[in-house]
Design a protein around this ligand. Structure first.
Ligand SMILES: [Cu+2]
Length: 533
């Protein structure tokens, strides 16, 4: 017993020192309803602090963050409870603050609050936060999260990196997410028709077909300076192609991972992904187009004008006006996702051969369209099963003793992995591309588009799958249940997800355990009438 208490004292001392050195950044997110018109069409939305996108949450590497979420949602046409995910943050020893509803917590009931203690560790880069309760983020609960690094290895490459250089790309819908979701998942959706947005937005501003000419978002620059633009795709389904009129750039970060600088003229960014690019304001003083057309096509949404997604890069001294040049289109060198090389410690864990890992998962996903006669809706199945969130969160089950795959319902698609395992996941299926996101880790993409690379493969937290099998690897060094899911929100709701239950013993033996406030979330939520959930 003495050695155990010595160990606990050591841990407490270490934590104390960490807390003294690190700054605790405190934020409040009031998640409520507001009438907003990002593209000139007014609708009730669910937003953080009244705005879309939500306010920037930022910290410096090594800080901790405390974000108090006050649930003030009152519009019964959208979800009333909420739960916030901090996309890309590993949450080591802290999975109960990761945010996905029914994986690591019960949702926060309306009228209630919960404070997320976010342990940033030594992460730095471009992240975002969003509701992770059903499709609620589509109604507006999404915003940027940036961890600045005073010792950024790429610091010498740029002069300006602040709130004014964050570019949040997001699709936007005029209809309520619960209605869109019900329609998509309905037995009547026999062709599995996708729900496409009404417009694409840049920093919360967009235009739809035959809608008003809302003033474009503006990024201000000064001639001669070098800017770090942080591009975030906070979309439900929108895939954007990003380029700048008259300016090439250098990509230096993907999903919070520093990259070997990659010069390019344009890039494509999937839902959930982020990139930092360095742009030199080297051209004549003028206004230039920032272009971000949606590549999803317009489908059956007559409002969507997919190529009409622009903002303005305005040099100091240029007139307050849109560029007078033709909008043009992306050309030249495209950032190839498969050719991204991490700057630090490149190389995948495991052996440099297919299957060279401790645990190999082959995840084959299929799409089953709606079927009126059978009364079954659209389902995305992984190895034959559509993921359904359990009513008791996976983490709570683990803390109560769940240790093997059989301790979870088959519909939870939950797979136990052991501490230290090198995990290989082969992802293959229909209707690529899908942006697959893993919580709690970055991963190395060892096979993508037919190219294998174990030496210096891309490292990130959202990979765009296909064509063919996409293979990722990570090391199980972060005990907790972590969800791996498609970040096309409608596909996730259709079941395109699995949960890796990493080292359940390690989770239970962790000296840091969930707070009383976390434990209270489930009894409060479970007592709610269905319309308040
Ligand atoms: Cu998908």
């Amino acid at each position: 017993m003495r050695s155990l208490s010595f160990f606990s004292t050591l841990i407490s001392t270490t934590l104390l020192v960490t807390q003294v050195l690190a700054d605790a950044k405190e934020y409040t997110l009031n998640v409520g309803n507001a009438y907003i018109a990002p593209d000139g069409f007014y609708r009730s939305a669910s937003v953080a602090n009244g705005q879309f996108p939500g306010p920037l949450l930022s910290a410096t590497k090594g800080d901790s963050m405390k974000v108090t979420v006050n649930n003030q949602l009152s519009d019964s046409r959208m979800r009333r409870s909420t739960s916030i995910h901090w996309h890309g943050i590993f949450q080591t020893h802290n999975s109960y603050n990761d945010g996905p509803a029914f994986v690591t917590q019960c949702p926060i009931a309306p009228g209630n609050s919960y404070t997320y203690d976010i342990n940033i560790g030594d992460q730095a880069g471009t992240y975002w936060y969003h509701s992770h309760l059903s499709s609620q983020y589509v109604d507006g609960v999404r915003g940027p999260l940036v961890i600045y690094d005073p010792d950024d290895p790429h610091k010498a490459l740029y002069d300006v990196d602040d709130e004014s250089t964050i570019i949040t790309l997001a699709d936007w819908y005029h209809r309520f997410a619960p209605d869109l979701q019900a329609e998509y998942l309905s037995p009547n959706n026999t062709l599995s028709r996708e729900q496409l947005p009404d417009c694409g937005t840049i920093n919360g501003i967009g235009r739809y077909k035959n809608g008003p000419t809302v003033d474009r978002a503006v990024i201000n620059v000064e001639a001669g300076k070098r800017y770090r633009f942080r591009i975030i795709n906070a979309s439900a389904i929108g895939l954007f192609r990003f380029s700048l009129e008259g300016h090439s750039f250098t990509v230096i970060e993907a999903d919070g991972v520093n990259m070997v600088p990659y010069p390019a003229n344009y890039l494509e960014i999937s839902p959930g992904q982020r990139y930092s690019i360095v742009v030199t304001a080297s051209q004549a003083v003028a206004n230039y187009w920032i272009r971000a057309p949606l590549l999803n096509g317009s489908g059956n949404n007559a409002n969507l004008d997919p190529t009409n997604v622009f903002a303005v890069m305005r040099y100091a001294g240029a007139p307050v006006a849109e560029p007078t040049t033709a909008t043009g289109f992306a050309s030249g060198t495209k950032l190839q996702e498969v050719a991204i090389v991490p700057l630090e410690n490149p190389g995948a864990p495991g052996l440099p051969v297919n299957g060279g890992a401790d645990k190999v998962f082959n995840l084959a996903f299929t799409l089953q369209g709606g079927n009126v006669a059978a009364n079954t809706g659209v389902m995305w199945k992984v190895n034959g099963r559509a993921y359904q969130p359990p009513s008791v969160p996976t983490l709570l089950k683990v803390l109560s003793g769940a240790s093997t795959n059989d301790d979870f319902d088959a519909s939870e698609n939950s797979f136990v992995i052991a501490s230290g395992d090198v995990v290989e996941i082969n992802i293959s299926g229909v209707n690529n591309p899908h942006p697959f996101h893993l919580h709690g880790h970055t991963f190395d993409v060892v096979r993508q588009n037919g190219v294998a690379n174990y030496v210096n493969p891309p490292r990130r937290d959202v990979v765009t799958t296909g064509p063919g099998t996409t293979t990722i690897r990570f090391k199980a060094d972060n005990p907790a249940p972590w969800i791996l899911h498609c970040h096309i929100e409608w596909h996730l709701e259709g079941g395109l997800a699995v949960v890796f239950v990493e080292d359940p013993d390690g989770q239970r033996n962790d000296p840091i355990q969930p707070s009383l406030a976390w434990e209270n979330l489930c009894p409060i939520y479970n007592a709610l009438a269905p319309e308040l959930q």
